[in-house]
Design a protein around this ligand. Structure first.
Ligand SMILES: NC(=O)c1ccc[n+]([C@@H]2O[C@H](COP(=O)([O-])OP(=O)(O)OC[C@H]3O[C@@H](n4cnc5c(N)ncnc54)[C@H](O)[C@@H]3O)[C@@H](O)[C@H]2O)c1
Length: 513
């Protein structure tokens, strides 16, 4: 499904608690309007707090500008939430009767083409869909908390769900940066919660038997296997543990141990008041006085760090983040196209003034210990501007797939004015010169009419297979020429072409001799 078609314009959310609030943040931060139905009078406040958390987390995760946020409207009935929605997500309490009545209300009000999904952790979609007039457009979309940050969403169809519903739900989730995992069969607990429940049962036994405290159980996960799981999951981890002979050797070595067995997998400890109290006390101790919000922020920052680490390795959930960034960039380029009528037109005409290539709002997460934007973020904004320029020149995914791109081979930044959270900035770009392989560009980051920073870049056109400089392909080369010609009459910007050496007497005394 094409990207634009998969991204809903408006969604209806039924339930705005931990999960519904997370969905609201995920959709709104992707520019989608949300109509929320939740009988709790505090729901809007809670959702807005979740949105604040999500904004901070998502804007520090991705190296691409997020689109302008969607709007939140709180409505009075599930019908109102579903009317006019391109997609409906139900996240009410885990009770069959509550969910069925909400889904039926949405089913009567939503347009026939709207997909309706439930966040249920374990109720089977066939049972949830009973009584719906259009059960074929219903499926489960089971996410993970925090929904605005964790990519996984299990997509599960019931007996009546159409394959088209599964693929449309998956495309919608993908469009907002998630990793949909369609399941082959509906099954109690789906896949992920089955695994989690096995671990949870075992963890309860360890605490109930007094073998470990809740903090010790958590340490046993987060200092060891938990770190591996983020990258490798279970099967790949054990394949590697099997050495050169892989899984066969691993099974021969550790398979027999399954008969002993170490675990109490099928048994559940009795959840006596004493056990629940012990776990709650230990859990309070473990939290060390941190509030829920503080714990959520720590969790989110650590998740961002893990996801960014995985992205740097182009591995696991890191590939979802990278694909999401590419999607955000192409959306930004589409949105920003011709903001001032100064884009490079198809017929080659330009107006001979700097191109406004990028606009963004400074997120709070970019502020450093000085209370200003950290210097690395300036390069990020100039980098986003470069991407936007190249996209306009025709360096799109087809061009990149053909094995060609421009690399930035030299950069000089100049800082003139501090920026802070909430500032709205734009990057204006002037081509100082270009030939078949090179573009020399001057960029100004402008805030409130004042230049806050400058960048001078040299881009080199390369064959990405041989990593050698080669002439740009004709269509792109033509646009580069047109743009360079239209900027040729503009004055040379103050500061362009200079180096730190120009300002330092010691250069003339030492390096130049
Ligand atoms: N918490 C998790 O980690 C998690 C993860 C994945 C899926 N889920 C599933 O998501 C769903 C919601 O769970 P949660 O953790 O967000 O619960 P929650 O208790 O935090 O939120 C439920 C929300 O639904 C609202 N609500 C109650 N009755 C309603 C009604 N008739 N119509 C609309 N809203 C109503 C409540 O006011 C509340 O805001 C459940 O089905 C759960 O299984 C939860």
């Amino acid at each position: 499904m094409p990207e634009a078609a998969a991204l809903p314009r408006a969604v209806g959310l039924l339930g705005g608690g931990v999960i519904g609030g997370g969905w609201a943040a995920r959709f709104m931060l992707n520019g989608v309007d949300v109509a929320l139905f939740d009988p709790d009078p505090e729901a809007e406040r809670k959702v807005r707090e979740m949105l604040d958390l999500g904004r901070e987390a998502l804007s520090s995760l991705v190296l691409a500008p997020l689109p302008p946020e969607g709007r939140l409207t709180v409505v009075r009935s599930p019908q109102e939430a579903a009317e006019g929605a391109d997609f409906v997500q139900e996240s009410a309490p885990e009770r069959l009767d509550v969910k069925r009545s909400l889904l039926a209300a949405a089913d009567t009000a939503a347009a026939p083409s709207t997909v309706i999904a439930s966040s249920t952790s374990g109720l089977l979609p066939t049972r949830l869909a009973e009584g719906l007039a259009r059960p074929e457009r219903f499926c489960v979309g089971h996410p993970f908390n925090p929904v605005y940050l964790l990519p996984l969403v299990e997509v599960v169809g019931g007996a009546a769900t159409s394959p088209e519903t599964i693929s449309r739900a998956a495309a919608t989730y993908e469009a907002v940066g998630m990793h949909p995992l369609p399941l082959r069969h509906e099954i109690d607990g789906f896949v992920a919660d089955r695994l989690l429940e096995a671990l949870w049962r075992e963890a309860l036994w360890l605490v109930a038997d007094g073998v470990a405290t809740v903090a010790e159980v958590d340490d046993a996960i987060r200092y060891g296997a938990g770190l591996r799981w983020a990258a490798m999951g279970t099967f790949l981890t054990y394949r590697i543990a099997g050495g050169e002979a892989g899984m066969r050797h691993f099974m021969a070595q550790f398979g027999p141990a399954l008969q002993w067995p170490w675990s109490k997998l099928t048994d559940v400890p009795e959840l006596t008041d004493e056990l629940v109290e012990r776990m709650a006390e230990q859990s309070d101790q473990q939290a060390g006085g941190q509030s829920l919000r503080e714990l959520e922020q720590v969790r989110d920052r650590c998740l961002v760090a893990v996801l960014q680490g995985l992205r740097s390795q182009a591995y696991g959930a890191g590939t979802t983040v990278a694909a999401y960034e590419r999607r955000l960039l192409s959306r930004t380029h589409a949105l920003a196209a011709d903001p001032d009528g100064v884009a490079i037109a198809q017929d080659g005409t330009t107006s001979g003034v700097p191109l406004v290539v990028h606009r963004t709002r400074i997120p709070a997460a970019w502020i450093d210990y000085n209370g200003h934007v950290h210097e690395s973020r300036y390069l990020q904004m100039f980098g986003d501007a470069t991407d936007a320029l190249l996209h306009r020149l025709g360096v799109d995914s087809t061009y990149l797939d053909s094995g060609h791109s421009f690399y930035t081979v030299e950069t000089r930044l100049g800082f003139r004015r501090a920026l802070t959270a909430g500032d709205v900035v734009e990057v204006r770009l002037q081509v100082l010169g270009a030939d078949e392989k090179r573009i020399h560009a001057w960029l100004e980051l402008v805030c409130g009419g004042e230049v806050a920073a400058t960048a001078e870049h040299l881009y080199l056109h390369v064959d990405t297979t041989s990593q050698k400089a080669v002439p740009a392909l004709p269509a792109v080369a033509g646009r580069v020429r047109t743009l360079a010609e239209s900027h040729a009459g503009m004055g040379w910007p103050a500061g362009a072409g200079r180096a730190i050496a120009d300002r330092t007497p010691w250069y003339r005394e030492r390096a130049a001799t």
